[in-house]
Ligand binder design. Structure first.
Ligand SMILES: C[S@@+](CC[C@H](N)C(=O)[O-])C[C@H]1O[C@@H](n2cnc3c(N)ncnc32)[C@H](O)[C@@H]1O
Length: 261
C-alpha cells in the first residue's frame, strides 16, 4: 500500500474524532491540546526503564488500550504477539490507524475487561494502565486478570488521590479498634458518586496504599514501583482468601467466609 502523506494522515486523524492519546504519526500530532500535554509519552518517560528493554518473543495484552500507545511501545521493543482490547469502538479505530501508520503488527479487538475469560490465552506482560478507576467493579477486574490472562508481569497504573503514605496494616484488629481507619496511609478507595474532573466514568480514586493492597489481594506481588501511580507486578499464586481465615468467627456470629472466597 502506498505510504500516506502527512495531509492524508492529518485528515484521517481529524475524522477519527477526539484522541486521548497524543501520538506522533509521521509528524502529525493526534492530540496536541491534551490537558496532560504529550500524554502518555510524558508519563511513560518516567517509568519506561522498569520494563524489559528487549521484549523479543514476548506476548503482550494491553487492556483498555485506547489508541494503542503502550501496545506500540512494546512492539518497538520487539514483542511478538500483541493484542490490545478496549470496549470503545472509536478508540479501537484510532489504535488500528496508528498501528497502520507505524506499520506495527498488532491485533485490536473489542472486549470488556469483564469478558477476558473469552480470550482463553495468557500473556507474558499484561498492561492495565488507567482503567481501574473507570470500573464499577475494580477488584473483580483484577481477579479476572489474575485468573484468566496474566502469566508473568502486570504493568498497572491508577489515578490516585489522598495520601501517598503507606500505613503498616496488621493482619487483624479487635472490633473496638477503629483509629487505624483514619490513618492517612490506610488503604482507601474513594467512591465518586457523580463526576470527577467533569468525567462521569471516574468511579473510584484509591490512595497509594489502596492500589498496592488491591494488587496484593488479587494475587500480584509488587516487584517495582517506579512512579507514584505505577506498579510493576509478578503474578503470584491465587489468593487463598477463605482458607487463610480458618476460625470463621465473625463480628455478628455468622460464618461470612463466602464474602471473601
Ligand atoms: C484513561 S483511558 C487509559 C488508556 C491507556 N490504557 C492509558 O493508560 O493511556 C481508559 C481506557 O479504558 C477503556 N475502558 C474503560 N472501561 C473498560 C472496560 N470495562 N473494558 C475495556 N476497556 C475499558 C476506555 O475506553 C479507555 O480507552
Amino acid at each position: 500500500m502506498a505510504e500516506l502523506t502527512q495531509d492524508q494522515i492529518r485528515a484521517r486523524v481529524a475524522e477519527l474524532g477526539d484522541w486521548f492519546h497524543d501520538m506522533d504519526l509521521k509528524g502529525v500530532r493526534t492530540a496536541p491540546n491534551h490537558f496532560l500535554h504529550g500524554y502518555p509519552a510524558s508519563k511513560f518517560a518516567r517509568f519506561s526503564h522498569a520494563l524489559p528493554a528487549d521484549m523479543t518473543g514476548k506476548s503482550v495484552l494491553d487492556i483498555g488500550c485506547n489508541a494503542g500507545f503502550y501496545s506500540l511501545e512494546m512492539k518497538r521493543r520487539g514483542a511478538e504477539r500483541e493484542l490490545g482490547v478496549d470496549f470503545d469502538d472509536p478508540y479501537l479505530d484510532q489504535a488500528r490507524f496508528a498501528a497502520e501508520v507505524k506499520e506495527a503488527d498488532i491485533e485490536f479487538r473489542k472486549l470488556s475487561v469483564y469478558d477476558l475469560a473469552a480470550l482463553q490465552e495468557r500473556f507474558d506482560l499484561v498492561i492495565f494502565m488507567g482503567v481501574l478507576y473507570h470500573l464499577r467493579h475494580p477488584l473483580l477486574a483484577l481477579d479476572l486478570i489474575h485468573e484468566h490472562v496474566a502469566d508473568d508481569l502486570l504493568l498497572f497504573q491508577s489515578m490516585q488521590r489522598g495520601s501517598e503514605e503507606v500505613f503498616p496494616v496488621e493482619e487483624d484488629y479487635p472490633f473496638e479498634e477503629q483509629a487505624h481507619f483514619d490513618a492517612p496511609g490506610y488503604p482507601k478507595l474513594h467512591f465518586i458518586e457523580h463526576r470527577y474532573a467533569h468525567d462521569w466514568t471516574n468511579w473510584w480514586a484509591p490512595n497509594a496504599a489502596c492500589s498496592a493492597a488491591m494488587l496484593r489481594s488479587a494475587g500480584f506481588e509488587i516487584v517495582d514501583h517506579p512512579e507514584p501511580e505505577v506498579f510493576l507486578c509478578r503474578r503470584g499464586p491465587p489468593p487463598k482468601l477463605g482458607a487463610a481465615y480458618p476460625a470463621r468467627a465473625t463480628t455478628n456470629g455468622h460464618d461470612s467466609s463466602g464474602d471473601r472466597a
